[in-house]
Design a protein around this ligand. Structure first.
Ligand code: CAA
Length: 257
């Protein structure tokens, strides 16, 4: 991997992907996105991994797609590159992904954070979709995921003016889970990851799948989907372990079986 660092066993059951183009503020070139997508595919298959944390560095989570790489492109070049296949693959990840964001999360950087399942931010985090300022618009889900997260009017404002919002505003509008001082954002993301990693990984993945489904389908269809996943978990050892542990007043030890 050239543009990311992957640590499979960063902590027990927790993998870490760190974007590693610091001089370019982690601008997302095509190869970097391929590396994230490939790594997540691998981590998704690894039973030892239950939660993935994606981060950048203190100054930047990611300042967007690599503008220098795109500047001279024509429509057909963009079409041939098929750059959003990697994004679709990331979106298919079954395991929960937590974005630990500090500094800039702009354009594709904001879209990458929103493709994750939860966002823990440092108090220096800034979110925005500034593509309008460079003559285009969000292309990796910004108009859709931002609108679903923060609603139409605020999303319109950000997408049409390109202005950034700080962590306080992002929390107020429901874009992020939590703000912490900059020296604690990784620790806080890992704390959340650890809590989720202590649950049944099967239940976690099916619950994630069900929550995501609510964005795709009408309520009735979503309820049916949820019910099937709920029933399915009753064929897992983890369901027996979880419920027996409750009855026996002890801590459950989930094995992902
Ligand atoms: N692509 C390529 N390079 C980038 C970049 C990007 N998105 N963002 C920053 N960089 C590079 C800069 O060119 C600069 O490189 P050089 O030192 O070689 O000149 C380096 O990173 C540091 O950046 P700045 O000097 O600009 O740092 P700053 O602190 O003055 O400003 C910033 C920081 C406000 C984030 C500014 O860099 C900026 O506005 N970046 C672009 C943000 C943007 O427009 N993102 C959207 C991209 S399009 C997109 O994402 C499409 C999509 O939906 C998929």
């Amino acid at each position: 991997m050239e543009f990311i660092k992957v640590t499979k066993a960063y902590q027990k059951h927790i993998a870490l992907i760190q974007l590693n183009r610091p001089k370019e503020l982690n601008a997302l070139n095509i190869q970097l996105m391929e590396e994230i997508s490939e790594s997540l595919k691998e981590l998704d298959k690894d039973d030892e991994v239950r939660v993935v944390v994606i981060t950048g560095n203190e100054r930047a989570f990611a300042a967007g797609a690599d503008i220098k790489q795109m500047a001279g492109k024509q429509t057909i070049d963009m079409w041939k590159e098929d750059r959003f296949t990697t994004w679709d693959q990331i979106n298919k990840t079954k395991k929960p992904i937590i974005a630990a964001v500090s500094g800039f999360a702009l354009g594709g950087g904001c879209e990458l954070a929103m493709t994750c399942d939860m966002i823990v931010a440092s108090e220096t985090a800034q979110f925005g979709q500034p593509e309008i300022k460079i003559g285009v618009m969000p292309g990796a889900g910004g108009t859709q995921r931002l609108t679903k997260a923060i609603g139409k009017v605020k999303s319109m404002e950000l997408v049409l003016t390109g202005k950034f919002i700080n962590a306080e505003e992002a929390l107020h509008y429901g874009l992020i889970n939590k703000i912490v001082p900059v020296e604690l954002y990784m620790e806080e993301a890992l704390k959340l990851a650890k809590e989720i990693a202590s649950m049944s990984p099967l239940a976690v993945q099916m619950a994630k799948e069900s929550v995501k489904r609510s964005f795709e389908v009408p309520l009735d269809e979503g309820l049916q989907f949820e019910r099937k996943n709920f029933y399915m978990l009753f064929s897992s050892e983890d369901q027996k372990e979880g419920m027996n542990a409750f009855v026996e007043k002890r801590r459950a030890d989930f094995k992902g079986k």
